[in-house]
Write a protein that binds this ligand. Structure first.
Ligand code: M6R
Length: 364
């Protein structure tokens, strides 16, 4: 049932190209530079939108952070990701001009469902982005976009994160085109990156052995820090969450610029730093942070774009990321998934069912 893999998590990491093909299938109209999502959101409504809020928890929250950045850029609308358990509909926002998008793999997360109730009570329009047909969230919202990743058994979300971000990128194009804030040629570029995503992820999967060897080298780290800027920041958070969740090691993710405001005190030769140095992440600036940690003796692993050979010179180990524009950080994340998996596996952890955790969290 695990298809020859030792754990569901590893199987699901390897299923990503297939999952992504399902996610995008029939949804890309490259000719017109449009995304076909069969949504029922009137153009007038989208034109009057002032704000989009993605409410979610854990990994889905990180997908929301990625999406918020894409939305601000392509749909020209204020966008944020909100941790569902902290969510309040306030701050003087106009419910008629606010779209609340619940991002939830299971569709059953209590914190997310209850945040959604607060948004609905205030009168906001609501959408769900989920993997689960017939889940509770689909009954609570006006419209749903399914991510079509297929069932995910491992507690750690892997393929569903990838498919969530891909779906949210499609939603960005959909909203941006309806609002007229993105040209068909710009949209075509993002759509063609989406088409290239399954192949790019496959290229990373083909380099798993390199990641396994790196995991062996760094497995004894005292703690692991993940850094990245812009679209690299949510990926840094996600990398750290995955590692701590399954290896029980101390791992933290930061927007690179925050390092010097405190976390740098934790950096030593025993704390490997994993950096996102791709397109879409202001890599030049993160390189300055890489130099800061290196001068404290920390080993650095960099996920580096093929096109940025220079960046590779500053790190101890390069994980090469194929060129894919704004989706490169999402591809870099696959290296982080594999790294976490192999560190946890070397430690003999219960990878598919980490201690204290459940696949879907139905209590607040
Ligand atoms: O089903 P959901 O997407 O709503 O779940 C949200 C989080 O509980 C979930 O992403 C959790 O953080 C994962 N175990 C992370 O791998």
């Amino acid at each position: 049932e695990k298809g020859g893999y030792e754990h569901y998590m590893l199987k699901e990491i390897h299923e990503q190209p297939t999952a992504l093909r399902q996610t995008i299938s029939g949804r890309i109209d490259e000719m017109n530079g449009e995304a076909d999502l069969e949504l029922d959101l009137p153009t007038e409504y989208l034109n009057s939108l002032e704000e989009v809020q993605f409410v979610a928890c854990g990994t889905s929250y990180h997908a929301g952070l990625y999406a918020a950045k894409l939305f601000e850029e392509y749909a020209d609308v204020r966008a944020s990701a909100e941790i569902a358990s902290e969510y309040e509909f306030d701050g003087g926002r106009d419910p008629w001009r606010t779209l609340v998008v619940a991002v939830t793999q299971s569709g059953e997360t209590a914190d997310t469902l209850s945040a959604l109730q607060r948004a609905k009570r205030a009168g906001a329009k609501t959408l769900a982005v989920t993997n689960t047909l017939g889940s509770t969230v689909t009954r609570e919202v006006e419209d749903t976009v399914f991510i079509r990743a297929g069932p995910e058994i491992g507690v750690a979300a892997t393929k569903t994160f990838c498919s969530q971000v891909a779906t949210l990128a499609l939603l960005t194009v959909y909203v941006g085109r309806q609002r007229g804030t993105v040209s068909s040629s710009e949209a075509r570029e993002l759509l063609s990156d989406l088409r290239g995503l399954p192949g790019a992820v496959q290229q990373v999967l083909d380099r798993e052995e390199q990641v396994r060897v790196a995991a062996e080298e760094y497995v004894d780290g005292d703690a692991f820090f993940f850094i990245g800027r812009r679209l690299g920041a949510p990926v840094a958070l996600e990398g750290a969450l995955k590692l701590k969740e399954i290896s029980y090691d101390h791992a933290e993710g930061f927007p690179s610029g925050e390092l010097k405001h405190g976390p740098l005190a934790l950096v030593t030769p025993e704390t490997p730093v994993l950096a996102v140095l791709t397109e879409g992440t202001n890599a030049e600036e993160t390189l300055n942070n890489v130099k800061e940690v290196e001068s404290r003796g920390a080993p650095v692993i960099g996920c580096v774009s093929e096109g940025m050979d220079d960046a590779g010179k500053f790190v101890d180990e390069v994980f090469e990321v194929p060129e894919l524009g704004e989706l490169e950080p999402l591809v870099a994340n696959v290296y982080f998934q594999l790294f976490s998996y192999h560190v946890a596996n070397l430690k003999g952890r219960s990878i598919d069912k980490p201690r204290n955790l459940a696949k879907s969290v139905t209590v607040e």
